[in-house]
Design a protein around this ligand. Structure first.
Ligand code: HEC
Length: 180
């Protein structure tokens, strides 16, 4: 028994360090894989370019944070989703929330400020008259009570989401549009 113990001692030290090395690799490997694959994948979906949209008609840009856009998405789904889920307009497929349709409205609605303005006092597509009596807005929050829960910052985040969504989702955003 004694010789066996004596020879086992140095071996177990080697074995212990080998075990430790393997344990370290097992711990680091999944973390390394996560950093290599999950990192760029997440960044590709929400690049700074995707999060950058026009603030106003003069072309000034703003870069939202991911957190802001996610908050905007939630507010949008709650307040606007019943009619505009996926960026379409259920009851008027010609006036969707896709970038092309927003850009061609009068005034153009493809910036944060012009969308916030729409949520305060929406106008017909040709800009001729207010439609606040039939479209949810701050002006008509007595009828569209859900609008009472929104403040200026909420409106800004909803606008940000409307403009970022097509950059992240592509034609899926407003893609259900049909021209009559
Ligand atoms: C009850 C259904 C309904 C809800 C709720 C609703 N909308 Fe609309 N939205 C419409 C309709 C219908 C139109 C088309 C109006 C027209 O004929 O010009 C429209 C048009 C728009 C447009 C103009 C799009 C363009 O291309 O010019 C914007 C912007 C818009 N809505 C934003 C919102 C936002 C933001 C919310 C939530 C705060 C919201 N809407 C909630 C029905 C709705």
């Amino acid at each position: 028994m004694a010789p066996l113990f004596r020879s086992a001692a140095p071996c177990s030290a080697v074995c212990r360090s080998a075990v430790r090395a393997v344990a370290r690799i097992l711990l680091i490997l999944p973390l390394a894989l996560l950093v290599c694959f999950a990192g760029p994948a997440a960044a590709a979906q929400w690049s700074a370019e995707d999060l950058t949209v026009p603030v106003s008609a003069d072309g000034t840009l703003v870069t939202f944070s991911e957190k802001e856009i996610k908050t905007g998405r939630k507010l949008f789904n709650d307040s606007c989703g019943t009619c505009h889920a996926g960026g379409i307009t259920k009851t008027n497929q010609n006036v969707g929330l896709d970038p092309e349709t927003l850009a061609l409205a009068t005034p153009a609605r493809d910036s944060v400020e012009s969308l916030v303005d729409y949520m305060k006092d929406p106008t017909s597509y040709d800009g001729e008259y207010s439609i606040s009596d039939i479209h949810p807005s701050m002006r008509s929050s007595d009828v569209f009570v859900k609008m009472r829960d929104l403040d200026d910052e909420d409106l800004r985040l909803i606008a940000g989401y409307i403009l970022v969504a097509p950059k992240v989702q592509g034609i899926q955003w407003g893609g259900g549009k049909v021209y009559f």
